[in-house]
Design a protein around this ligand. Structure first.
Ligand code: PGA
Length: 244
């Protein structure tokens, strides 16, 4: 049976003092349970802080992106091997904010997934349609194309990915996909992943997941947990979602 994975995406939030309190509350509140795992993806400058606070606990940590390049003249970028040096298990790639605000194409996202794997970490590959795409009836095409690009790049390593379905219209809007609506997309992604030999990887849902809707979403057959933005910034909310 696939376990549950709940990952916090702190986005560009936090500070040394507030992070310390949040990490401490997570450590105090999280009891390791078979089949349930949690992780936090923090801004780059706080990777060392997360590593110091979470080493030896049942909570993993990671980054929110990583460069597709190994090293060199890429001012401002952070390479996957650098992130790996801070004990990260995960790096998110292709979050919709990276795709839409910073213009990351599916080809770039695929290259990043490959770089993250090469550095010994697990990429959390995000896919999701915009509201216009959903209204135009192209949700399936959009998410499959995004997934396809990553699968083509990683080849046999598909079984080492985590995939997150995050409808762009549900992110930070308070508007969640209905559990059945999310499940329909998850089933589609699962079928494609199965053909790539990756039927059993964690398939997360993200977009306005809160303590009061997580249970219904995670009860769906192909939803293995969540990628949590806003609600990951409060230990109580995040832990309640992780236990849902
Ligand atoms: P949200 O963000 O939970 O605040 O909607 C989810 C995400 O962007 O990963």
């Amino acid at each position: 049976m696939r376990g549950k994975l709940v990952v916090g995406n702190w986005k560009m939030n936090g500070g040394l003092a507030s992070n310390a309190a949040l990490l401490q509350a997570l450590v105090a509140g999280w009891r390791a349970e078979p089949g349930r795992a949690i992780a936090v993806c923090v801004p780059f400058p706080y990777l060392a802080q997360a590593q110091a606070a979470l080493t030896g606990t049942a909570i993993a940590w990671g980054a929110q992106t990583a460069s597709e390049h190994r090293s060199g003249a890429y001012t401002g970028e952070v390479a996957a091997p650098m992130v790996a040096e801070f004990g990260c298990r995960y790096a998110i790639v292709g979050h919709s904010e990276r795709r839409h605000i910073y213009g990351e194409t599916s080809a770039v996202v695929a290259a990043k997934a490959l770089a993250v794997l090469a550095a010994g970490m697990t990429p959390i590959v995000c896919v999701g349609e915009t509201l216009a795409e959903r209204d135009a009836g192209t949700t399936e095409d959009v998410v499959l194309q995004q997934l396809e690009a990553a699968l083509a790049a990683v080849g046999e390593a598909a079984a080492k990915l985590v995939v997150a379905y995050e409808p762009v219209w549900a992110i930070g809007t308070g508007r969640t996909a209905a559990p059945g609506e999310a499940q329909a997309v998850h089933a589609l992604l699962r079928a494609r992943l199965a053909r790539a030999g990756a039927a059993e990887i964690p398939l997360l849902y993200g977009g306005s997941v809160k303590a009061d809707n997580a249970g219904a979403l995670f009860a769906m057959k192909d939803i293995d947990g969540g990628l949590i933005g806003g609600a990951a910034l409060q230990a109580g909310d995040f832990l309640a979602i992780a236990r849902a």
